[in-house]
Design a protein around this ligand. Structure first.
Ligand code: SAH
Length: 690
C-alpha cells in the first residue's frame, strides 16, 4: 500500500508530497533504531542474564513452574535467556510489529519455539485466560522498558497494568529495582543551554547590552529531558555542590503506581555556589540482594574501568527554574516531581518543618516561549560569545545608518544586533511555516525588554510572497542570516537561506550585501571511538544468534537510508580524523540558487592508521572574506588526530558500508567519493568507494 505524506522540504522550503510505502516509517525506525546499540551493550546483557538466572532459580527452589512475562521483547533476547536458564514457558510481548516478526524468526532459529510465545500486542491489550494470549499469570516479570530518564518510555504505566492483570502477586521481577540518583551542580556551560545570557555589543556609538526578556527569569522551561553523554563533559566545565544522593527508587516486584507524585531530599551543600543544574542517572538492581547492578553513573562516580559505552542510556541534565545561591553546610531541599513519563526538579531552602501535605504536581509550562522556540544546543549557540562577536564584527563592517536590513533565520538575535549596530531600518522575516507563534511571542518579549518594539518590523510571510509594500517600497541593502532554521536536521538543511535569498531577489538592491556571502561543505574520514557500534552488526549476543536482526536493519538501510547521512552531535562522540578535512562544495549566496546540480568527486588520502568508519560532513559559513563560522570541526587537537567539534551543532555522519582497516598509512586515493547537491530537491546524495 502507498500513502502520500506532505512535508515542507527542510532545504528548499517547498511543500512536497511524497509517495511512501505504508511501511516507510518502519524502515526509518528500524534503520535508525537503538536495538543494535542495546545488543552491543555487554554490561547490560550480562547483568540481565545473571538476574534472570537468579530469578528462575528462586522460583524453582520454591517448587513452582517458572512462567515468564517479557514485556517489550524486541529481538526476544531476554526470553531466550529465561528459556536457557530453565524457565518453563515465556510470553514475549512486543508492540512493534516488524520487531515481533523478527522475534518469532530469532526464537525459532535458536530452537526455542516450544518455550517462547511471541505476542505482537501492546502489553495492555494482552489477555489472560485458558484460551487467551496467556494461559495464566506469570510469576517472573522481565522487562527492559527504560530510557535515559528511566520512565520516559512508559515503564510505569506498563508495570502498573502488568501487576494488576498479567503477573501473580509476589512475582519475581528482573530488574528488581531501579534507583534514581541526583547531584546538584553549578555549570556556566550547562546553564547556557537554558537561559539567554545578556549580550554585550560594541557599537560605533558606545557599548550596548541586549538583555533577555524578564519572562525568562523563573521560567520553568519544558519537561522534555536533556540527555547527554555526561562522560564527555570535562570536569572543568562544572562544579559539584552536593554529594550524589538517592532521589527515589521503584520496586518492580510490587504493584507500581504511575500517578503523578513527588519525592523530597535534604541536601547539605559541600561547597557554596550557584545551584543551577541537577545531574541525574539511575541504576537497576537485577536481583533483590543488590549484587547484580547495572549503573549509568558517570566517570567521576565510578572507576573508568567500569564504564560501559552505550547510547541508548545516557545521563540527564535538569535545569532548575532559577539559579539559587547555596551555602556550604546550609541545608536545602530538592524536590523531584514526576508524572507518568517525565521528571523535573525544584530547589527550596530547607525551612525547619517540611511540608508533608498533599502536593500539587503540575507539569512545567514555558512562559517565555524561548524554551519552545530553541532547543538546548540552540540556547548554547546563541550564548556563545565568540560566535556572537564574529557576527558583530562582520555586521559592523557592512551596516551603516542608511542600511535597510532584512534578517532571515529562526528565533534569531540578528535583528537586534543589526539594530544595535546602527542599521536604519531592520525587518525580521519570520517564516510562517516555522513555529510562528512562538517566534512572534518570543520576539515581542525580547523587543520589549530592549525597548525595540517599534524599531524592528516583524514580517510574517513566506519569502516568495513578499511584496514591495512589506518594505515600504524600499529595497533591501543588507540581507543577513545566521543561517539557522529550526526544521533543519542535517547541516545543509540551513541552505534554506539560499532559497529564501533567491525568492526575495526582486526586493534587493543591485549592490546588496548578503551575509554570509557563501557557505561550504566540508568532509573528513574518521575513526570513532564508540559510535560505530550503533550501526555495526551483532551476529550473536550472549550466545544467541541475532543475525536476523542484523539482516533486518540492513534491509531497512538499503530501503533508502544507506545513501543518507545521519545527524550526531560529535562533541559527545569522540573520533579521530584519518584524513585531512577537505572542502567539497561551495554555495555562493551572492547569487541565486542555480538550476543545475552541484557535484563533485575526488579521493581522500588517509593520513593515519586506523579504522575508517565513515565520513563526517559539516557546513562552514563565510560571513565575509575574512570571517568564517564552522558548525563542525573546530580543530584537530593533537597528532593522534583527536577532533574538537562545535558543541552546539550536529554534524552529518555517513557510515561506510564496511570498515576499512589501514595498518599503515595507506596510499593516496584509498577512498573515492562523489557528492551531489540537487538544487531542485535540496538533497545531498553521496557515495563512497573503498
Ligand atoms: N527486550 C529487548 C528489547 C528492549 S527495547 C532487549 O532487552 O534487548 C524495548 C521494546 O519494548 C521495544 O521494542 C518496544 O517496542 C517495546 N515495548 C515498549 N513498551 C511496550 C509495551 N507496553 N508492550 C509491548 N511492547 C512494548
Amino acid at each position: 500500500m502507498k500513502t502520500f505524506c506532505g512535508r515542507a522540504n527542510p532545504t528548499t522550503g517547498s511543500m512536497e508530497w511524497l509517495e511512501e510505502a505504508e511501511d516507510y516509517d518502519y524502515h526509518q525506525e528500524i534503520a535508525r533504531s537503538r536495538y543494535a546499540d542495546m545488543l552491543h551493550d555487554k554490561d547490560r546483557n550480562v547483568k540481565y542474564y545473571e538476574g534472570i538466572r537468579a530469578a528462575v532459580s528462586r522460583v524453582k527452589e520454591r517448587g513452582e513452574k517458572a512462567i515468564v512475562l517479557d514485556i517489550g521483547t524486541g529481538t526476544g533476547l531476554l526470553s531466550m535467556m529465561a528459556a536457557s536458564a530453565g524457565a518453563d514457558f515465556c510470553y514475549a510481548i512486543e508492540v512493534f510489529k516488524p520487531m515481533a516478526n523478527a522475534a518469532v524468526k530469532i526464537v525459532e532459529k535458536n530452537g526455542f519455539s516450544d518455550k517462547i510465545k511471541v505476542i505482537s500486542k501492546h502489553s495492555t491489550e494482552v489477555t489472560v485466560s485458558p484460551d487467551g494470549d496467556m494461559e495464566c499469570r506469570a510469576n517472573i516479570l522481565v522487562t527492559e522498558l527504560f530510557d535515559t530518564e528511566l520512565i520516559g518510555e512508559g515503564a510505569l504505566p506498563t508495570y502498573e497494568h502488568a501487576h494488576k492483570y498479567l503477573v501473580q502477586e509476589g512475582c519475581e521481577a528482573v530488574p528488581h529495582r531501579a534507583t534514581v540518583y541526583v547531584q546538584l551542580v553549578e555549570s556556566k556551560r550547562m546553564w547556557s543551554w537554558n537561559k539567554l545570557f545578556p549580550i554585550h555589543v560594541e557599537a560605533e556609538d558606545g557599548e550596548k547590552m541586549i538583555v533577555p526578556p524578564s519572562e525568562m527569569e523563573n521560567c520553568p522551561g519544558v519537561p522534555s529531558v536533556c540527555d547527554i553523554q555526561l562522560n564527555q563533559m570535562p570536569w572543568s566545565d562544572f562544579t559539584t555542590l552536593s554529594e550524589v544522593v538517592t532521589m527515589f527508587s521503584v520496586d518492580f516486584s510490587k504493584p507500581v503506581q504511575s500517578a503523578s507524585t513527588c519525592y523530597r531530599v535534604q541536601l547539605e551543600p559541600v561547597k557554596s555556589g550557584k545551584a543551577q543544574i541537577v545531574l541525574s542517572w539511575w541504576d537497576i538492581d537485577m536481583d533483590p540482594s543488590g549484587m547484580i547492578k547495572c549503573s549509568m553513573a558517570p566517570y567521576w562516580v565510578k572507576p573508568t574501568s567500569a564504564l560501559q559505552w552505550r547510547d541508548h542510556w545516557m545521563q540527564c541534565v535538569y535545569f532548575l527554574p532559577n539559579e539559587e545561591p547555596v551555602l556550604q553546610g546550609e541545608k536545602v531541599c530538592l524536590t523531584a516531581y514526576r508524572d507518568e513519563y517525565s521528571v523535573w526538579y525544584k530547589l527550596q531552602k530547607a525551612r525547619g518543618e517540611e511540608n508533608k501535605g498533599a502536593v500539587h504536581v503540575e507539569s512545567p509550562v514555558c512562559r517565555c516561549h524561548a524554551h519552545l522556540l530553541w532547543n538546548r544546543p540552540r540556547f548554547g549557540e546563541l550564548n556563545d560569545q565568540t560566535r556572537t562577536r564574529q557576527y558583530i564584527k562582520a555586521l559592523r563592517k557592512v551596516l551603516n545608518t542608511e542600511s535597510v536590513c532584512l534578517c532571515i533565520s529562526d528565533g534569531s538575535l540578528l535583528p537586534v544586533l543589526a539594530h544595535c549596530l546602527g542599521a536604519k531600518q531592520v525587518q525580521y522575516l519570520i517564516l510562517v511555516f516555522r513555529s510562528v507563534q512562538c517566534s512572534l511571542a518570543f520576539s515581542s518579549h525580547l523587543f520589549k525588554a530592549n525597548h525595540l518594539e517599534d524599531k524592528i518590523k516583524v514580517i510574517e510571510a513566506r519569502p516568495e510572497l513578499l511584496k514591495p509594500s512589506h518594505f515600504e517600497d524600499k529595497k533591501i541593502s543588507v540581507l543577513v542570516g545566521e543561517p539557522f532554521f529550526s526544521t533543519s536536521l542535517l547541516p545543509w538543511h540551513n541552505l534554506y537561506f539560499w532559497y529564501a535569498r533567491t525568492a526575495v531577489t526582486s526586493h534587493l538592491t543591485s549592490s546588496v550585501t548578503v551575509l554570509p556571502q557563501s557557505a561550504s561543505l566540508h568532509m573528513m574520514v574518521v575513526e570513532f571511538q564508540d559510535l560505530w557500534r550503533i550501526r555495526s552488526p551483532c551476529g550473536t549476543c550472549e550466545g544467541f544468534d541475532v543475525q536476523t536482526m542484523d539482516d533486518m536493519i540492513q534491509d531497512s538501510l538499503n530501503f533508502r537510508e544507506s545513501k543518507e547521512a545521519e545527524p550526531h552531535p560529535l562533541w559527545e562522540y569522540p573520533c579521530k580524523s584519518l584524513s585531512d578535512p577537505q572542502e567539497v562544495l561551495t554555495f555562493d549566496f551572492t547569487k541565486t540558487v542555480p538550476q543545475h546540480c552541484l557535484s563533485t568527486e575526488g579521493s581522500v588520502n588517509l593520513l593515519r592508521k586506523g579504522r575508517s568508519h565513515g565520513a563526517v560532513l559539516w557546513m562552514e559559513y563565510h560571513l565575509d572574506a575574512d570571517i568564517s563560522i564552522s558548525t563542525g570541526l573546530i580543530q584537530i587537537s593533537n597528532e593522534k588526530g583527536n577532533c574538537e567539534w562545535n558543541p552546539h551543532c550536529k554534524q552529518a555522519v555517513y557510515f561506510f558500508s564496511s570498515v576499512i582497516e589501514s595498518e599503515t598509512v595507506s596510499d593516496p586515493g584509498a577512498i573515492t567519493y562523489t557528492i551531489n547537491f540537487d538544487t531542485k530537491t535540496g538533497e545531498i546524495a553521496m557515495d563512497f568507494k573503498l
